[in-house]
Design a protein around this ligand. Structure first.
Ligand SMILES: Cc1cc2nc3c(=O)[nH]c(=O)nc-3n(C[C@H](O)[C@H](O)[C@H](O)COP(=O)(O)OP(=O)(O)OC[C@H]3O[C@@H](n4cnc5c(N)ncnc54)[C@H](O)[C@@H]3O)c2cc1C
Length: 380
């Protein structure tokens, strides 16, 4: 049986970011990935680093998201330096659009809330919007410029991150599935791999995205992460959008070489990654209100599975086993949250403490909820 200090299940942006931080501290890390590193949700995403534009309610999770956003410039340039690859990190802001009067009022509310937090947002009327973004469709009432929200080419980032990991000594084992976590008492003793091999690890990190509950369930653990399908389209356009534009859950994200991404859907349909007529229709209908579709030439479409949880918050830290750490359930914000997740989980493993409290994200919140539900049922 092979052994390592830390075994990480899942080579998405979350697993690889944690691996990088640990390896930089001299820890022997092995990432076991069923397919290719970063090939699932982490590549399928749009790459927005946008807690303000996402309109996340003020509170601990919003602070976690903005803290991660603040780490991004350094994170991106560090990965570029280590890998020698460009990751397309852009700081040109995001424009949130109002397509109807109610949305316009919502933008006023959002701006007031963020001003109270001293996070700037600039109100743009229809004429100013058109000047800044000439590609916009007519009929848009107004918008909000969020200078602090950025974006990154997440496909490039995940590839560069895997390269950076290997250059820092992480052992990435692709095309290998973790079939089971074997426990002795309150410890995970080893991982059983598809190749018939076993790996013993001092610490195990479960970062298997929306597949995380499949490995936890046989241990009797309640880790309610489920897939939320998001469909995406890619177009070519002769004129590049100057920044991300979004309205509600729909958005256009400019990429290099005149490409632009359009997304997305939010569908709880199990582990099905099909691209459907209905999904494409809903995206096209929504983005057709943002930019004229005639200027967009279709290139490709795909779907990815966001790791969603019952309360849409991530699951971070230890649970019932003393050496099993969770880093999963990042739902719509895993690209954004990668730098802070990596820092917190690496600190937790190395020092036993974290700079940002992670109690609200403990997996035990679901166990308590389940016991509470059982008690209520008994009393009724
Ligand atoms: C359409 C879409 C748009 C998005 N847009 C954004 C955005 O703009 N900004 C943002 O911040 N987030 C966005 N997200 C969310 C983001 O993509 C996810 O939160 C993030 O990628 C989760 O990363 P992860 O590493 O946890 O999961 P994944 O990238 O899914 O990685 C998990 C990995 O675990 C592996 N695995 C699973 N089971 C096993 C096993 N048993 N053994 C070995 N390996 C295993 C899988 O093969 C996979 O590679 C979007 C997601 C989608 C789908």
């Amino acid at each position: 049986m092979r052994s390592t200090d830390v075994a990480i299940v899942g080579g998405g942006i979350i697993g690889c970011s944690i691996a990088l931080r640990l390896a930089q501290q001299g820890v022997r890390v092995c990432v076991i990935e069923r397919g290719r590193p970063g090939a699932e949700a982490s590549s399928a995403a749009a790459g927005m680093i946008a807690p303000q534009g996402e309109a996340i309610a003020a509170g601990d999770f919003f602070r976690l998201c903005t803290a991660s956003r603040d780490l991004y410039a350094d994170f991106a340039s560090e990965i570029e330096e280590l890998s020698g690859e460009h990751v397309g990190y852009r700081r040109d802001g995001t424009v949130v659009l109002a397509l109807d009067p109610e949305a316009d009022q919502e933008l006023d509310k959002l701006q007031r809330a963020h001003l109270r937090l001293r996070l700037p947002m600039e109100r743009l009327d229809a004429a100013t919007l058109r000047e800044r973004i000439p590609q916009l469709a007519s009929g848009i009432r107004g918008g909000l410029l969020v200078p602090g929200d950025h974006w990154v080419n997440n496909e490039r980032l995940t590839q560069a991150l895997a390269k950076a990991c290997e250059r820092c000594g992480v052992c990435i084992q692709p095309e290998t599935e973790v079939r089971a976590l074997r426990t002795v008492g309150s410890r995970v003793e080893c991982l059983e791999l598809s190749a018939g091999e076993r790996v013993a690890a001092g610490q195990v990190v479960l970062a298997a995205g929306c597949w995380s509950s499949r490995l936890a369930a046989p241990l009797g653990l309640c880790v309610p992460v489920e897939p939320c399908r998001g469909q995406m389209l890619e177009f070519e356009s002769d004129t590049e959008l100057p920044c991300v534009v979004r309205a509600g859950h729909h958005y256009l994200v400019p990429r290099q070489d005149g490409r632009v991404l359009a997304g997305s859907t939010m569908e709880h349909v199990g582990f099905d990654k099909a691209v459907t007529g209905e999904g494409l229709w809903s995206i096209l209908t929504a983005i057709g209100r943002i930019v004229p579709l005639a200027g967009l030439r279709f290139r490709r479409a795909w779907a990815g599975l966001r790791p969603d949880t019952a309360d849409h918050l991530p699951i971070l830290g230890y649970g019932e086993h003393e050496n099993l750490v969770f880093a999963t359930g990042h739902f719509r914000n895993g690209i954004l949250l990668a730098p802070i997740t990596a820092r917190l989980i690496a600190d937790l493993i190395l020092t036993g403490s974290t700079s940002h409290g992670i109690a609200p994200y403990s997996v035990l919140r679901f166990r308590n909820a389940r016991q509470g539900a059982k008690r209520t049922a008994t009393v009724t």
